[in-house]
Every structure is written in structure tokens, then in C-alpha cells.
Design a protein around this ligand. Structure first.
Ligand code: 5GP
Length: 214
């Protein structure tokens, strides 16, 4: 964002757009999102809470807020989560604070959320844009999961079964990015984000004091 854009945002009271991104495990979502976040300074990653243990290299407060079960329970009881879901035995949730803080300041956000969580957000996050990341085929997804060599045969089968279910949710999403070629997918997602920033219903109210739109 240029300084001039920042002025426009402040003066107009622009609220940030939440982009809810889902897609099967193994589709390359994290790499894709990392690349998009590095390219666009007007968008930030929404840091979720999870009860799963950190993987090597993951940082608390950056990749996730890593919490134990009692802390997650308290968050649920206190209504701090906009959505939460269980995924492979661990709980994941998006806190209201993580979304409302940045969007109030006009910062767009990427929420990486699996399909059950995304369903909950449809009613609770008006104005959110839903993006589904797909592999070119189920076969490609299977090959990718095997290449990672991080899962047992049983885990791969489970992930594929889950992917088949998740893909059925695609009809509820606004946009689909097919991650065939990573560079291309990065451009595609950036185009989606940029187009959403130009939707008339969002832009016109910010310019009302400069034009007579009738
Ligand atoms: P991982 O353990 O591989 O980081 O994430 C497992 C799954 O949980 C991924 O599909 C990821 O998109 C999803 N996930 C991450 N954060 C959240 C969240 O806040 N809420 C929900 N519902 N899913 C999440």
C-alpha cells in the first residue's frame, strides 16, 4: 500500500476484507499463502488458536497461538471464538480479536480455515470472501502427499478420504484457485484479492464526499 492509499483508507474508514481460504491438506495452501502475504503489504495472516503441538520451525503467536485444552475450553466458554473446529484430533479456532483488530484498521486478512470452520464464518463474517484452493486432480493430491514422506500409508488414506469430502464443499465458495503451477496460483490469488478491493459496493461509499453519484 502506498502512503496515499493509506490516507484514503484512514479518511474513509475502510474496513479490511476477510479472505477465508480452505482446501485439502497437501494442496500447497501454506506455501501459496506465504508467497501472497510476502507480496502484498495490505494483507495480513490471521493467527488462529490451536491445541496441536508446534511442528519444527513454527512460532507461537506467528503461525498459531499454541494453547492447551483448558485454555481453549475457556476461550469457547467466554465466546472468544468466531468459529472453531476439530481437525485430526486437535482443535483450531479463530478468535474475534484476531479478525476484528486488523479489519477495523483497514487491513485485509487471510484466514486459513478448514471447511467446517468456513461454514460457521459464512453467517458470522459478513463481507468475507471465500476462496477454495484445489489441486489439479485427486491423483495429483495423492502424489503430493506421498512425496512429502511425512505420513504413514494409513494417514495418507485418511487425508485422501477427508479431501474427497472437503472438495464437495467447493460449491459454497466464491472463488477457486487451482494450484497446478505455484507461480500462477500466487498470481491468481492476488488477482482475486485485488478485484475484491474494487467491488463497487466497497469503493463507492469511500468516494461519496468527492463525487455526486446521485
Ligand atoms: P495444520 O495442523 O496442518 O496447521 O492445520 C490443519 C487444518 O486446520 C488446515 O486445514 C487448516 O486450514 C485448519 N485451520 C487452521 N487454523 C484454523 C482455524 O482457526 N479454524 C479452523 N476451523 N481451521 C483451521
Amino acid at each position: 500500500m502506498s502512503p496515499q492509499d493509506a490516507r484514503l483508507v484512514d479518511a474513509s474508514g475502510r474496513t479490511g476484507i476477510p479472505f477465508v481460504v480452505s482446501g485439502p491438506s497437501g494442496v500447497g495452501k501454506s506455501t501459496l499463502l506465504r508467497r501472497v502475504l510476502a507480496r502484498d503489504s495490505g494483507i495480513a495472516f490471521c493467527v488462529s488458536h490451536t491445541t496441536r503441538v508446534p511442528r519444527g520451525g513454527e512460532r507461537n503467536g506467528e503461525d498459531y497461538h499454541f494453547v492447551d485444552d483448558p485454555a481453549f475450553d475457556r476461550g469457547v466458554e467466554e465466546g472468544r471464538f468466531l468459529e472453531w473446529a476439530v481437525y485430526q484430533g486437535n482443535r483450531y479456532g479463530t478468535s474475534r480479536e484476531a479478525v476484528e483488530g486488523p479489519t477495523r484498521k483497514g487491513i485485509d486478512l487471510i484466514l486459513e480455515v478448514e471447511v467446517q470452520g468456513a461454514r460457521q464464518l459464512r453467517d458470522r463474517l459478513p463481507g468475507a470472501v471465500f476462496v477454495f484452493v484445489l489441486s489439479p486432480s485427486l491423483k495429483c493430491l495423492e502424489e503430493h502427499l506421498r512425496e512429502r514422506k511425512s505420513d504413514s500409508e494409513e494417514a495418507i488414506r485418511e487425508r485422501l478420504a477427508r479431501a474427497r469430502e472437503e472438495v464437495r464443499e467447493v460449491r459454497r465458495y466464491d472463488y477457486v484457485v487451482v494450484n497446478d503451477d505455484l507461480d500462477r496460483a500466487v498470481e491468481d490469488l492476488i488477482h482475486v484479492i485485488e478485484a475484491c478491493r474494487m467491488v463497487r459496493a466497497r469503493v463507492v461509499p469511500m468516494l461519496r464526499d468527492r463525487f455526486d453519484f446521485g
